[in-house]
Design a binder for this molecule. Sequence first.
Ligand SMILES: [Zn+2]
Ligand SMILES: [Zn+2]
Length: 364
Amino acid sequence: MDFTPGPADSESVKALVKTAAGPGLELTEVPAPRPGDRDVLIKVLRTGICGTDLHIASWDDWAAGTVRPPLVLGHEFVGEVVAVGPAVTRAEPGDLVSGEGHLVCGSCRNCMAGRRHLCVRTLGLGVHTDGAFAEMVVLPESNVWVHRQPVDLDVAAIFDPFGNAVHTALAFPVLGEDVLITGAGPIGLMAAAVARHAGARHVVITDVSDYRLELARKIGVSLALDVRAVPIGRAQRELDMKEGFDIGLEMSGRPEALRDMIANMTHGGRIAVLGLPTEDIPIDMARVVTHMLTIKGIYGREMYETWYAMSVMLQSGLDISPVITNRFGFEQHAEAFAAARSGRCGKVVIDWTRPTLPADQPTS
Ligand SMILES: [Zn+2]
Ligand SMILES: [Zn+2]
């Protein structure tokens, strides 16, 4: 394959940057990233805004302890390969790619054993290294997923969180099972669609946002439950369930959600937890023991089994596009972040090929 060197040293690109420690983001010019031997240079087309980006933008304690400005944010994206390093073999200019946002070391015990998602030295694109909220991004070849089938660009932009949803929803077999999902944010909603697609009997999702519960109904759950008004136990009776949920997917990080979930599982029930709590969660451990529950933490995506599962489920009819509710051009980043922060949205996508879009387009 021909080596294409990418942009000249003097070239610059627009990027959304955390320029200094403190709240706020700036759309500014940065030097164009240059690919190393095993890297791929990608022209970014669309990006998704993640909770992580909101934390970094608002500069909370986690962000202040993790991020070293200046930093280009963003890890959820789709783009087109424009140049590759001389040692790259699988990707070539013109390929449409999404990025795996976890950069692994390749040399720890888990990496060496092929369990790269369990790398003990994982770094985050757009958290520890310059990310994808820019006109160009560089990633190691081992971190790009080449789309070999036609895919909607907005959907391709959110393969990273879609992967979180798939990794969590398929952590345990769901065929014929009753599944409880606590938290109807974008990942909870996608997990609901995945559990349905994978053959679950009942999928019950809980939240406290009317907007998101309504979105869940559109996606097609058995019940979307406002837990401020209706306890999960009543939902079980409504669905004529007798012995509790078989599978739990905790997507909220909320202590009361995990406790509620544990209280509503059947004996031998299995819980996958993706929601990141910000505090210690006291739980009824006696119940975990006597009910022989399994609780499994989920982080990121399996490289690249989860990605394979995502691609083939889309091919076989899974539709996650209703989860994407708002779209903006890159100059409208402040509006986009405000929409994402409002909670009255599903996934928010920024188009890096257009400065502005006519109006944000919430699906209704
Ligand atoms: Zn994310
Ligand atoms: Zn490693």
